[in-house]
Design a protein around this ligand. Structure first.
Ligand SMILES: [Zn+2]
Length: 181
């Protein structure tokens, strides 16, 4: 994999050091151990916050999902807001757009309709009107991504990863470059 050097991808996403805690956090989540997953993602989020790391928002969002799945809806909602806020503060508007839509839908699925509405309103004031996310490759051209990142083990979704070009995506969790080769 990654035999052809792709300068932009390599510069932005050269083989990151994946924190072992991130791998464990994904394992806890996949195993349904939501309380342990929440603690791990909270630790990662706080560490990311201290360094203004671009993945901080993702860590908060996943900590929030884990808390909600563990039955701690109020704590989970606080993390979801912190995650969207981190994306907004770091200027990651494309991610904010997608994450906002997804989180709102997830809250509704959990019956947290008041919280979903609060987030929708927040998103409306924080995402400029008419703003569209960065163009992504058309579905026909998109490579099929693995279901999980080979770097960190995190689950991958086509609308969650960042597309560096038409065939290369970046793992939203650890920044590993992903190509279908
Ligand atoms: Zn990864």
């Amino acid at each position: 994999m990654f035999r052809r050097p792709l300068r932009r991808a390599m510069r932005r996403a050269a083989r990151p050091d994946v924190p072992p805690l991130l791998r464990r956090a994904h394992e806890f989540m996949a195993a349904g151990n939501y309380a342990a997953a929440a603690e791990a993602f909270e630790t990662l989020a706080r560490a990311g916050e201290a360094r203004q790391h671009p993945k901080t928002g993702q860590m908060y969002l996943q900590a929030g999902r884990a808390r909600i799945l563990a039955g701690q809806k109020s704590a989970g909602f606080q993390h979801l807001k912190a995650g969207l806020d981190a994306l907004q503060r770091m200027g990651l508007r494309g991610q904010l757009f997608h994450a906002g839509q997804r989180v709102t839908a997830e809250l509704n699925q959990h019956g947290m309709t008041a919280e979903a509405q609060e987030l929708s309103q927040w998103l409306q004031t924080n995402i400029p009107a008419g703003m569209t996310p960065a163009p992504v490759p058309s579905p026909a051209k998109r490579p099929i991504l693995p279901t999980h990142c080979p770097g960190c083990g995190g689950p991958l979704r086509a609308d969650d990863v960042e597309w560096l070009d038409e065939v290369t995506a970046e793992c939203a969790w650890c920044g590993s470059p992903l190509r279908d080769e």
